[in-house]
Design a binder for this molecule. Sequence first.
Ligand code: UDP
Length: 437
Amino acid sequence: MAQALAQRTVWHLNSTARGGGVADLLEKAIGLHNESGLRARWLVLAGDAEFFAVTKRLHHRLHGSPDPVGPLGAAERETYETTTSRQAREVLERVAPGDLCVLHDPQTLGLAPHLVAAGLDVAWRCHIGTGAHSAVVRDTWTFLEPYLRAPARCVFSAERYAPPGLLRQQGKVVVLRPSIDPAARKNRPMTPAAVHDRLRAIGLQAGPGRPAAAGTARIVQDRPLPEDAPLVLQVSRWDPLKDMAGVLRGFAGHVAPVRDDVHLVLAGPDPDDIPDDPEGARILHELRGAWEALDGPVRSRVHLVSLSLLDADANADSVNALQRRADVVVQKSLREGFGLTVTEAMWKGKAIVASAVGGITDQIRDGYEGTLVRDPHDLPAFGRALLRLLAESDLRERYGTAAHRRCTKEFLIYREFMDYCSLYTGLLQETPAATHS
Ligand code: UDP
């Protein structure tokens, strides 16, 4: 691949350096590209609050969520195009004709026509989507249609996410499933002592060891998590579609009344650290209100953890430790593009209870690698699934082993890297050799 690319650089562009799956994927993928002899670079494009308000609406809409603000019109297009054309000018100052560009998510798609016009080979990778192409999804694709024409390839995590119009274009849609890096700090092995130390360092767990380090996390809890308490965990951005509030309600209403020893940790990034996700602070604030309203005995078993992203290594260690400490990992999303938190838990051999939505169903088969709850709003079913797994250690073990095996086979970064190489080969074949000389 390095020979085929010759002097060309592969650029990956997105809109945040941290927070969320795409930033995590890119950091690892760019590293592996360069270690393998390709020349890859990662550009993060800045935008203002107005731009990210529009792109967050695009994000929710492509997941099929109703848009309370209303239809997308001329004002949204102007905001979107003003920012993406400015970004394109900035990008073109850095790249050379013939370079390859992979744009990630709707935030960057608007750059595609500008970059293609300047002689770059462009692919767009969309990390979100739904297989249910409702009116709101179709309208959003219509809004994006002028930009979708430009990239030679549009990449989705599952074929069913692609708009039907693109699927009709021979060779335009590529399926590329995300992955995790088993050697990354977030996934590397940790001893139980290291897990304990880390959870103590962020102030979640009590017990012997160093005191909590300032600035690593903000925790809302009555008391620290006891060292031996069974633990249910969800790690996610504070996004309505991740349904942290639903996890809290399901736990309080259907698990806590039956098991008085189990604790729940809801952990996510400090909202102040993610510029392209304007909703985080509000969701966390609402969750705090719901936590305050819980009965004392239940409240003392629920912990809200916001992890600082300013130190990426510390964040990775904290997520790793939390996932390893958990007895059951939950991902109760209402929609999910792929769900790297699920992949991470699979790698760690954890028993998982997740909603049967989006990319989660591409990773877990109900009853094999974990339990899937068919209706993400069905809190009693969610509670029953948790109680069963908490009670049956053999089943946890069986799911965990199967999940680790599947993750090893299908969801590691080496497989994704080979898929990227196929994508680049396809892009090079699209363009006449003369433009690359
Ligand atoms: N993550 C993190 N710190 C947090 C919360 C999440 O590093 O406080 C990471 C998580 O480990 C995963 C990614 O963010 O790697 C979330 O990816 P996913 O695909 O699950 O969801 P997305 O945020 O992309 O919708």
